[in-house]
Write a protein that binds this ligand. Structure first.
Ligand SMILES: Cc1cc2nc3c(=O)[nH]c(=O)nc-3n(C[C@H](O)[C@H](O)[C@H](O)COP(=O)(O)OP(=O)(O)OC[C@H]3O[C@@H](n4cnc5c(N)ncnc54)[C@H](O)[C@@H]3O)c2cc1C
Length: 287
């Protein structure tokens, strides 16, 4: 196995595109090294992106959004005050990953690109309408986070492509987001279900919303019908009941030792409702 540590994204893309064997991007390595050590993957080439300066920063964009470099570790996301004020749900999702040791290494782009259906940041990012900036042999392109994973462990990235950053849109006034997950243990466990909600209020009423669920389908899913159920409301009981129903209807979970189909479906509704209430309160809403 060869190891490369380029200092530009285009150099990284050229290395990945030119490798005839299996090649992987290495960000924090908290997924990749586990898979390598258990011989699930045996790369010919590993391209470490932690030395690429454009991937190491969190910046505000010209329109007031945020650009989070693909090599920024969880700990730095948690310490960024402006990001935490604008997108507390994303920051809390990132903060749930692993332990202090994992936080020092793991990235949200690695979380998304690992394409686990239970990845914690993916539902929060989908709810935020986050986009990934991709660099590859044919140039740059932008893709919604929801379109990165195509199935467990599978992504839509083509040979030589890698993600340079995640971009969060500008935040209108009176907006809030939240992410909740259910795990049998309080930490160091993966989600049995995860739910992310982002919403904006106008005159105290929900004027825009996005709802996403994790671990209830082969990829994290956006649930537009759940968002539609709360738009135009002050999260009265009827609107919340409709959100719960829409979330449950969208679930296509697996049955395994961590949770049955029925259990995951039930919990998805409960978590989405709780996340919506937290996001509403963070947006300044009064029921
Ligand atoms: C003890 C432990 C606890 C964990 N707890 C959680 C948890 O609670 N919740 C959770 O969701 N996950 C958890 N994880 C999984 C893991 O930590 C996260 O998925 C993490 O965010 C991965 O980020 P990374 O930077 O370490 O990714 P890496 O391991 O570096 O990469 C992961 C995958 O993404 C690809 N990749 C990385 N960066 C890019 C890029 N820029 N462009 C294209 N492809 C890229 C890699 O090639 C690899 O296939 C845990 C892991 C461990 C070991």
């Amino acid at each position: 196995m060869r190891y490369a540590a380029p200092t530009t994204t285009s150099e990284a893309a050229t290395l990945l595109a030119g490798e005839s064997g299996e090649a992987f991007v290495l960000a924090g390595g908290t997924d990749l090294l586990v898979r390598m050590k258990s011989m699930m993957v045996e790369p010919e080439l590993v391209v470490d992106v932690k030395r690429i300066p454009t991937m190491r920063t969190i910046e505000t964009t010209a329109d007031g959004g945020f650009r989070i470099g693909a090599a920024v570790p969880g700990i730095e996301i948690g310490e960024h005050e402006a990001l935490g004020r604008a997108w507390p749900g994303i920051v809390e999702a990132a903060g749930l990953i692993g332990s202090d040791q994992i936080q020092g290494r793991c990235t949200i782009v690695g979380n998304v690109c690992n394409a686990s259906p239970a990845a914690d940041t993916t539902p929060a990012l989908i709810a935020a309408d986050a986009q990934v900036e991709i660099v590859g042999p044919k140039g740059r392109r932008t893709l919604p986070v929801a379109k990165v994973a195509t199935g467990p462990g599978q992504t839509s990235l083509t040979k030589g492509e890698l993600v340079e950053a995640i971009v969060l849109p500008p935040r209108p006034a009176n907006s809030g987001d939240a992410y909740l997950r259910f795990t049998p243990r309080t930490e160091m466990d993966i989600a049995v279900v995860g739910a992310g909600v982002s919403l904006t209020l106008k005159d105290g009423v929900v004027s825009a919303a996005r709802v996403a669920l994790g671990a209830v389908a082969p990829t994290a899913i956006e649930v537009p019908s759940a968002a539609a159920a709360i738009v135009g409301s002050k999260l009265d009981d009827g609107a919340l009941d409709a959100l719960v129903k829409a979330c449950r209807a969208a679930c296509k979970p697996i049955d395994d030792r961590r949770g049955t189909i029925e259990y995951r479906t039930e919990v998805a509704g409960v978590l989405a409702k709780r996340a919506a209430l937290i996001a509403f309160e963070r947006a300044g809403g009064i029921r």
